[in-house]
Design a protein around this ligand. Sequence first.
Ligand SMILES: NC(=O)c1ccc[n+]([C@@H]2O[C@H](COP(=O)([O-])OP(=O)(O)OC[C@H]3O[C@@H](n4cnc5c(N)ncnc54)[C@H](O)[C@@H]3O)[C@@H](O)[C@H]2O)c1
Length: 422
Amino acid sequence: MLLVGLGAVSTTTIAGVLAIRKGLAEPIGSLTQMGTIRLGKRTEGRTPKITDVVPLAGLDDLVFGGWDIFEDDCYAAARTAGVIEPSLLQKVRPDLEKIRPWPAVFDQRYVKRLDGPNVKKGRNKKDLAEQVISDIRTFKSDHKLDRLVMVWCGSTEVFMTESPAHATIEGLERALEDNEPSIPSSMVYAYAAIREGIPYANAAPNLSADIPALVALAAKTSAPLAGKDLKTGQTLIKTIIAPGLKARLLGISGWYSTNILGNRDGEVLEDPESFKTKEESKKSVLDYILQPTLYPELYENLCHMVRINYYPPRGDNKEGWDNIDLFGWLGYPMQLKINFLCRDSILAAPIVLDVALFLDLAKRAGMSGVQEWLSFYFKSPVHAPGLYPEHDLFIQLMKLKNTLRFLKGEDLITHLGREYYD
Ligand SMILES: NC(=O)c1ccc[n+]([C@@H]2O[C@H](COP(=O)([O-])OP(=O)(O)OC[C@H]3O[C@@H](n4cnc5c(N)ncnc54)[C@H](O)[C@@H]3O)[C@@H](O)[C@H]2O)c1
């Protein structure tokens, strides 16, 4: 597993896998490790574990490598992140210390609040991409690896939209050579991975691989893609609650979400340009779930606001508040308040693991390009042009499990269930 950015999410993922491997903890929150899947009819009683149905790589087979702008090894970075207890980190310390980040492709223009010394130098962005490819090849041969997956767990870059340089593979390669500002660092890594045919996922909301040129390159090199922005914390809860309110046709006039968090991610998001990338990602979910054009009386006037406040004392332990103003029969108003004291990276780590294992499966199954069945894990799921993304967590889970059934030649489950009564 190649992780770009050895921060809170990456180190919690790596240290977690090492601890689970030693039997020191359980992989809670991971569908690949704990989930089951019903096969056949309800009367057949076949509900194996997902790991027993599809051939996923085992945790013992994983090897980790990554890049960061700071030189700290993975143990020191995990201590800085402060997510996992020092006593547990101590038990996996030697393996963590062996993971030292390679110099990063970084430009402060895209992440204003950060600066670090462990950065590559190159003639242009194409040259930097070639250096990333060289890191990948060396890692692969040094550890005698069969397969690789890359996940961007780096900081949220500034808000960018698609530009002409992103349209075709040739145009993108020219822009890399010409050092065009429309190519952020995350796109350089994505280009390197995809050119090598390596599955690529984006755990953050920035543009990265979500451009036509890289989707076209992924089709050519058979690289599966997933993203963007891990669905954890407040948005996870939003995509659990909103489909329920909509299912009962309860109206919503306002949804105010605010958060305090004090980790480095929170610090980066203090910059308005990085926050805008995050805000777009967090806000879009309700529009798609509630379908205001189909239900104007219920959702057309919804006022949806999202705030993130950097508050250092909290570290990675985020606190989110949601106030939902809803209305029911005859328009009578009600309120729902949610106060979630969550641990961001504890929610994110099992997702990084699952996405990596499922992307590796997709690659072996010959499924390249956008993997919509992995929408389950993301706030802004990548999707084909002309399609709207599916945000409802329960539809997403059904899609994911049906994809696994499809891969195994099992019947898809429609939940029609007439056969039990005929
Ligand atoms: N924790 C969550 O629940 C969650 C959920 C959704 C998305 N995310 C996103 O995941 C990303 C990682 O989150 P985190 O909490 O680990 O943040 P973090 O700040 O702890 O870690 C990010 C790391 O990336 C490094 N970095 C930045 N730019 C880089 C580059 N160009 N190359 C290599 N390294 C680079 C930073 O130095 C830092 O160590 C963020 O973008 C965050 O918004 C996190």
